[in-house]
Design a protein around this ligand. Sequence first.
Ligand code: GLN
Length: 498
Amino acid sequence: MMARLDTLPARQVAAGIAAGDFTAVEVARASLDAIAARDGQVQAFLQVSEELALAAATRIDAARAAGEPLPPLAGVPVAFKDNMNLLGTRTTCASRMLESYESAYTATCVQRMLDAGVIPLGKLNMDEFAFGSTTDSSAFHPTNNPWDTRRVPGGSSGGSAAAVAAGEVTVALGSDTGGSIRQPASLCGVVGMKPTYGVVSRYGVVAFGSSLDQVGPFGRRVEDVALAMSALVAGGRDRLDSTSQDCEQDYLAHLDDPIEGRAVGIIPALLEAEGLAPEVRAAMQEAIGKLAASGARIVEVDLPNMANSIAAYYALAPCEAFSNLARFDGVRYGYQEPGCTALSEQLSLSRAHGFGVEAKRRQMLGAYLLSSGVYDKYYLAAQKVRTLITADYQRAFAQVDAILMPSSPTVAWEHGSISDPAALYLSDIYTISSNIAGNCGISVPVCLGAQSGLPIGAQLQGRAFADATLLTFARALERACEMEGAVAPACAGKGGEL
Ligand code: GLN
């Protein structure tokens, strides 16, 4: 059979291997070939793990030859954000600080994907330590948006979104502390899901903001994301992550359920907000119309405290980051400044030279906000705002099953065109509140912008632990918008034949 790997849903990759249409090694080679042909332009990868990929593929082919049952994602090409440990690779967090850090073990989320039979293709670029919205703060190189390589892919999981949009892999994992899965998914025209806090284990993922971080999948279709979700929760609660919850559920069983008569919330004030690009506003209105045409009831809801979410997040997240990144001291982990005679000098120079500008800014902000006399004014106040935002969601989700809003106020922008960090922080307005409340959210591509021709995603947010319901609404939106499976045109067709 002749096929292009980038046109195949994950389910068909696994089914094709089971049926003997192609081997897992052929799939691994097709993915390596697509990476070789496309990643020079896109630069999504920090490391390509060819040996690991071929070894995993060989094991799957051997299992099939022996007549053993194949796992659900057998032979599906997957890559991981470089803040996730995978034995046999480095875990750099795109930082000089961890440039030569060899993974000492494999993260639970990565292991569960491996247990489901995926082929690990390597590690993906990101903003340094996941601070950012562009992937430009990677210490190694920027990643380019596959739809227009002069533009950013978004961030911080920009490498994950770009690798999937370019058709280099079928699924990628990213992490989302304030939008880092949903925003790059939107900018790259792919599906990206932030599960409910606690659904996916964070063991082995380098921590940014421990009360906000959540791992989730990217795919070119909702079904691929649902399959990855099922793999990530298989086995239930991870006793190695005390915040992980037992919530094993079947994310596929209700994927195609109709949404007739079910309520989708919209927040009119958000759609009129200053800073929302006209083509994104138009895309949201179109998406709302399509959901209504699919039978959903559109209901106005309000999240009155969302306006304070950016201020609350940029107090809470830096405080948590300051505490988490204290371990990178040049002694136990990572970069160690050579030639120092005093320990204090070694500590301070290792950190000064190991971290980039944004990582330093976040840590200094966190140190200040946690200092005595300042703590009550900001950190404590932000925790109170957190309670208010969570209560807002509880009221809204008493009325509706999902809330629709943009994932990003604009389409992808040109590298370097936003230099003010505060302007970047403000662009997180639509994603941050769901991390603060710990509920689930997903970005689904809905159209190409009328002015820019670039992809636009709509975000759906759902109540905590209703991740399967969120996927049902995402699938309904995907069906209505007919953007399923799109590979960025500049990449499609370059390598990757099966
Ligand atoms: N853009 C946000 C920030 O810079 C979110 C990052 C993330 O989710 N990792 O903090």
